[in-house]
Design a protein around this ligand. Structure first.
Ligand code: SF4
Length: 285
């Protein structure tokens, strides 16, 4: 195991005291340390939002991209250097709202990327509007009479869209969350870890206390993580209890393993100037 201090960034998190994202940062740091992933072999990519500031708070390669666009950046980096451990971090608004299309396509391609979504069921950075995971009837700045939309179900979407590792954790349960993230990074293929990460400033309903009372762990001998239907049924549970754990895991070839260009060698290690770009341009003259 590597020292946790290896990942310590000079930039301190700017999150509100008590924000659930601290727990996710700690769990991610612990997971990469347990896996002996050197900071030079780790890339953390994010979109926009409070949680998307995370790449600045861990000593590794980082890319703070555009709102909802972390996945295309991460996909490009992974295809250029498949030897890199690529982790995408962001929020529910960023990933399940504006970024939903990229999320779905990355899953069907089964890129070997780990996606950690800090799901606080509200837009925190913009001071408290309803997000794609906000509950029906939830009163926010943008829904003063109560949210009239049903929340998205990211676990079911991931299972159906082709993700090969689908889990949900809670930032108030760091040991369990570290285990889910660690196994997600180890998993060969697209891994989603949706994390209940309370926004202590703008969401006064989905609090630490709320999740401590509602969440339960379901993995055990009676649960088959390779059963798609069981995963879908489990993903629909929300009342009175919400399941956290590993919903689904399977193996199939990753995009990188099948790509003909990558089969010729790691692109970033190809000698510069090969092939000659001018010979390619001449095809269009
Ligand atoms: Fe965290 Fe909410 Fe503060 Fe953003 S506004 S840093 S999500 S507690």
């Amino acid at each position: 195991m590597l020292e946790l201090s290896k990942y310590k960034s000079e930039t301190r998190p700017d999150w509100c005291p008590g924000c659930g994202d601290f727990g996710v940062l700690n769990a991610l740091t612990q997971a990469v340390a347990n896996l002996n992933i050197d900071p030079k072999d780790l890339l953390v990519v994010s979109g926009i939002g409070c949680s998307s500031n995370l790449p600045g708070f861990i000593h590794a390669y980082g890319f703070h991209s555009l709102h909802g666009r972390a996945m295309p950046i991460a996909s490009g980096a992974k295809l250029a250097n498949p030897e890199l451990n690529v982790v995408v971090t962001g929020g529910d608004g960023d990933g399940y709202g504006i970024g939903l299309g990229h999320f779905v396509h990355a899953m069907r391609r089964n890129l070997d990327i780990t996606y950690i979504v800090m799901n606080n069921q509200i837009y925190g950075l913009t001071t408290g509007q309803a997000s794609p995971t906000s509950a029906h009837s939830f009163v926010t700045k943008s829904t003063p009479a109560g949210n009239i939309e049903e929340p998205i179900n990211p676990i079911a979407i991931a299972v159906v869209a082709g993700a090969t590792y689908v889990a949900r954790g809670f930032s108030g349960d760091p040991k369990h969350l570290t285990e889910l993230i660690q196994n997600g990074i180890k998993h060969k293929g697209f891994a989603l870890i949706d994390v209940f990460s309370p926004c202590v400033t703008w969401n006064k309903v989905n609090t630490y206390e709320y999740f401590r009372q509602k969440c339960y762990k379901f993995n055990g001998p009676d649960y088959n993580t390779s059963d798609t239907m069981q995963a879908l049924l489990k993903s629909r549970e929300s009342d009175p209890k919400i399941p956290i754990g590993l919903f689904y895991e399977t193996q199939r070839p990753t995009y990188e393993e099948q790509d003909v260009t990558i089969k010729m060698g790691t692109p970033v290690k190809a000698p510069l100037g090969q092939p000659d770009p001018n010979s390619l341009f001449k095809e269009f003259y």
